[in-house]
Design a protein around this ligand. Structure first.
Ligand SMILES: C[S@@+](CC[C@H](N)C(=O)[O-])C[C@H]1O[C@@H](n2cnc3c(N)ncnc32)[C@H](O)[C@@H]1O
Length: 300
């Protein structure tokens, strides 16, 4: 029987290890448990997300591909092609450590981030560190990049990548984007690629983002947003949450939440090739008719 390891987080520390068999994992995917209203349901959903991304980090997805991770379809496309479609240049892809890019994004936040030498950058849901390593080149030795991710296996992978490549201006912290392990007013630019859609408390994510940004700091992320009501069978499948579409929120709601958090100059722009990107994620489901890849920008 297939086993999946999941480490639970208490605060920011790994306290215990849970081993799940396939039956237990299957239970996490039932429509009933895909509801995310109560604290218990939310915690189960977070477990599912962590387990899913732990497997992707370790390259042990049971189907042999990362069909339930953002940006992945079955059979998994060539990661370089996927990244080009998202807007990355070949020179970007050649410059980062092997294994950091797992094709998990839904756009390219650097198209809007406008990073400067010396900037302190925070990446929400940094995965294997792909965008952190690209940011580290742009901010230079004077700058600093912090990646935060709640999946211990992703953080380990990113740290190993940093160590192997001798990258000294980037660090990875274990934590949740709803409870950022980052000091107040310490960051110039926040980037993120296909993560906030998964949060079950997006208002809190935006509030935390506002807290850690310096005055005048920029929020510049790429994410999936809702454009129409998802059919129940897609919405009520926990795999859709870790797959970056079931938790997507409407454009107007995100705009409102960012303003409520205190941000100004809020702007949401669809990516030109959004449909093309999404068509390859879950062929046959037509999720491109219900969600879209957007750039989301705001200023503190
Ligand atoms: C789709 S992947 C994107 C990874 C990375 N941004 C990239 O483009 O390669 C989503 C990542 O976000 C992390 N994640 C999801 N929800 C999170 C949360 N609430 N707090 C922190 N990390 C989260 C997952 O562990 C996973 O590594």
């Amino acid at each position: 029987m297939g086993q999946g390891n999941l480490k639970t987080l208490v605060g920011y520390e790994v306290k215990e290890e849970i081993t799940m068999n396939q039956t237990e994992e299957a239970k996490l995917n039932t429509p009933e448990l895909a509801k995310t209203n109560t604290p218990e349901q939310k915690e189960k959903a977070r477990k599912h997300i962590r387990l899913n991304y732990a497997k992707i980090a370790q390259g042990t997805t049971q189907t042999g591909c990362c069909a339930t991770g953002c940006g992945c379809s079955e059979p998994q496309g060539d990661i370089t092609d996927v990244s080009r479609q998202l807007g990355y240049q070949d020179t970007d892809l050649e410059a980062i450590p092997d294994g950091a890019n797992m094709g998990l994004g839904c756009g390219n936040p650097f198209a809007i981030a406008n990073l400067q030498q010396g900037d302190v950058v925070l990446d929400l849901g940094s995965g294997g560190g792909f965008d952190c390593f690209l940011a580290s080149r742009q901010v230079g030795e004077e700058g600093h990049v912090i990646g935060v991710d709640m999946t211990p296996e992703m953080v380990s992978k990113a740290r190993l990548n940093a160590e192997k490549s001798g990258n000294t201006n980037v660090e990875f912290r274990l934590g949740e984007i709803e409870n950022l392990p980052v000091a107040d007013e310490s960051v110039n630019v926040i980037i993120s690629n296909c993560v906030v859609n998964m949060s079950m408390d997006k208002q809190r994510v935006f509030k935390e983002a506002y807290r850690v940004l310096k005055k005048g700091g920029k929020f510049a992320i790429s994410d999936i947003v809702a454009t129409a009501e998802l059919p129940a069978e897609l919405k009520e499948d926990l795999r859709g949450l870790s797959g970056c579409y079931a938790g997507a929120e409407y454009v107007g709601v995100i705009e409102q939440m960012l303003q409520t958090a205190g941000f100004t100059k809020v702007s949401l722009t669809p990516k030109d090739n959004s449909k093309e990107i999404l068509q390859s994620w879950q062929p046959g489901t037509q999720i491109e008719n219900y969600v879209a890849s957007y750039y989301i920008e705001a200023v503190k």
